[in-house]
Design a protein around this ligand. Structure first.
Ligand SMILES: NC(=O)c1ccc[n+]([C@@H]2O[C@H](COP(=O)([O-])OP(=O)(O)OC[C@H]3O[C@@H](n4cnc5c(N)ncnc54)[C@H](OP(=O)(O)O)[C@@H]3O)[C@@H](O)[C@H]2O)c1
Length: 261
């Protein structure tokens, strides 16, 4: 029997792929409806989680926008909600999978990031995610935390493709750094690892498909794959290596999908 899955943030960029992927594999899935269950009341959250008969809770939901006007409830959504869910799952012996981000590492740190490197982002979304990771572990030491890189997805707004389209529309060209090595993966590969994580032991895991490519090279290869009419110019202004290493994660490398020749 496949376990019952409860997913938060199911309508987001990753959720739009994860929910159909798991449903197709015959997992009974329920999406958290924020119109029905408030995220600010512990008792109603606990009641809902129990009524869902969830055996695994996958917490995707987050305020991922960097626009200040959209970040009003960011602390509650990005820190307090995962904290409460981790506790509810601990109390009722439900597996808790918290989806985190490569942005827990700050720009003062330089990758490739290995698991022994302690992230230290203090501000904004990455700072909230970093503190949430620590809180989730203290609330529920059995939690599984998956750090994702930038997602490559055709649907949703929080994706590298969407960002590059936006840059192109805004500026008539895309300036892409040859010195920026982003952590990233195709969302279709990410959801496969999320499924595998149902059997992972407690701890932090890092999912990254980028072995060696700069944003410039990735943008070029994406343009070819998705028939984009992008004008991409190389820049060397922005130096940062965000790549993450975790030998335990068997995720397709970018070269599985993209032609870099
Ligand atoms: N996409 C990426 O490139 C990327 C990279 C690294 C890490 N991640 C992590 O992956 C997870 C999923 O990201 P995503 O790309 O799917 O994000 P997204 O497209 O921004 O979607 C996030 C979802 O969170 C829920 N949400 C948004 N605002 C909320 C609010 N004010 N209160 C409560 N819930 C709210 C919404 O789902 P509902 O309306 O269904 O509730 C929303 O669709 C996040 O935890 C993110 O940190 C993503």
């Amino acid at each position: 029997m496949k376990p019952n899955i409860l997913i938060t943030g199911a309508s987001g960029t990753v959720g739009q792929y994860l929910l159909p992927f798991l449903s197709q594999k015959a997992y009974p899935c329920i999406a958290w409806d924020r119109n029905k269950t408030s995220i600010s009341n512990y008792e109603s959250m606990e009641k809902f989680v129990l009524s869902s008969h969830a055996e695994v809770v996958i917490h995707l939901a987050a305020i991922t926008s960097f626009k200040e006007s959209l970040r009003k409830n960011a602390w509650q959504v990005n820190y307090e909600w995962p904290s409460e869910l981790a506790w509810i799952c601990r109390t009722h012996s439900i597996k808790f999978i918290f989806i985190s981000s490569a942005m827990v590492f700050s720009q003062q740190q330089n990758g490739p990031f290995t698991l022994d490197m302690k992230p230290n982002e203090q501000h904004g979304y990455g700072g909230e995610k970093r503190q949430a990771e620590e809180r989730v572990i203290s609330q529920n030491p059995q939690s599984v935390i998956l750090r994702l890189g930038w997602q490559i997805a055709e649907k949703g707004t929080n994706s590298m493709l969407h960002y590059l389209d936006f840059r192109m529309n805004e500026n008539g060209k895309i300036m892409a750094s040859t010195q920026l090595f982003p952590a990233c993966s195709f969302v279709t590969d990410t959801v496969k690892i999320i499924e595998k994580s149902f059997d992972f032991e407690a701890g932090i895991y890092q999912l990254d498909s980028n072995k060696e490519w700069s944003l410039f090279h990735i943008a070029k290869a994406l343009s070819g794959k998705f028939n984009k009419n992008w004008l991409i110019e190389a820049s060397d202004k922005y130096h940062y290596d965000q790549r993450m290493i975790d030998e335990r994660i068997n995720i397709n490398p970018l070269s599985f999908h993209l032609d870099f020749s």
